[in-house]
Design a protein around this ligand. Structure first.
Ligand SMILES: *[C@@H]1O[C@H](CO)[C@@H](O)[C@H](O)[C@H]1NC(C)=O
Length: 248
């Protein structure tokens, strides 16, 4: 009979770990993709550069400069002359649009209303703790949408919105943010206007008592059960790995 010593078992475990770490390193080395969007319409234009879905740079045509909305932990990426290039791209885009209009005899404008509007908070809600409300609008064409916010039915200002980001299917996504401090019973709304909507789409967010996570046993039970299942999985996997090797 074959019985495995602890030493052999450890060797097998090492093989397994090596295998696992290889899987991890492959996924960490995966490909990146960047995208450059330069677009225009009669009333709007955008010029943005993004990496893996994150905005790296965009042209702010009101402030007349390039904005680099990058988090503090990255080596800043900037491009000299980016704003001037963006302005030139807009002129080219508008000229192309005119030519297409002439060539295609006033092609009809495609119109897709937003397919989804979602409202949620950035962080878990704690009463009195600063947080951010997010209004996520997607699936529309053409860009952009207008998003406005209310608190207890009164207009609020101070929200921000990112430049339209293009989806794989050619429609757009825009995300509006509003900093807020949750107080029980407050109601917020985000109102979305788009060319293809006859009425604005409005989503509400109510600060409810149940929003407060009860820091009771729930999470630790979840963690315990999850960890146990994970360990059992590894043990079973190791067992079959060894059994499989014995048979061959
Ligand atoms: C968005 O707001 C601007 C400025 O108020 C307005 O000119 C434009 O028509 C609005 N767009 C939509 C789709 O409602």
């Amino acid at each position: 009979t074959q019985s495995l010593t602890v030493r052999e078992l450890l060797m097998k475990m090492k093989e397994l770990l090596l295998f696992l770490s290889c899987v991890l390193c492959v996924s960490a080395d995966g490909q990146h993709s960047d995208i450059k969007i330069a677009g225009c319409s009669d009333s709007y234009g955008e010029d943005v550069y993004a990496l893996d879905g994150e905005e790296i740079a965009y042209a702010d045509f009101n402030k007349q400069k390039e904005i680099y909305p990058q988090p503090p932990f990255v080596d800043p990426m900037t491009v000299t002359g980016a704003y001037e290039q963006a302005v030139a791209n807009q002129q080219i885009c508008r000229a192309n649009m005119q030519n297409s209009r002439k060539g295609m005899k006033d092609f009809p404008l495609e119109r897709d209303a937003p397919s989804a509007v979602m409202i949620y908070t950035r962080d878990e809600v704690e009463f009195g703790e600063e947080n951010t409300l997010i209004c996520h609008v997607t699936g529309f064409y053409p860009a952009p949408v207008n998003v406005s916010w209310t608190k207890n039915k009164e207009k609020v200002t101070g929200s921000s919105i990112n430049v339209p980001y293009i989806n794989k299917d050619g429609t757009f996504t825009q995300i509006s943010r509003l900093d807020f401090t949750p107080q029980l019973g407050d109601t917020y709304s985000c109102k979305v206007e788009h060319l293809a909507l006859t009425e604005p789409a409005t989503k509400f967010y109510v600060v409810e008592a149940s929003a407060q996570p009860d820091s009771g046993v729930g999470p630790s039970v979840f963690c315990g059960v999850g960890l146990t299942l994970g360990l059992v999985g590894v043990a079973v996997g190791t067992f079959f790995l060894i059994k499989g090797n014995e048979c061959s």
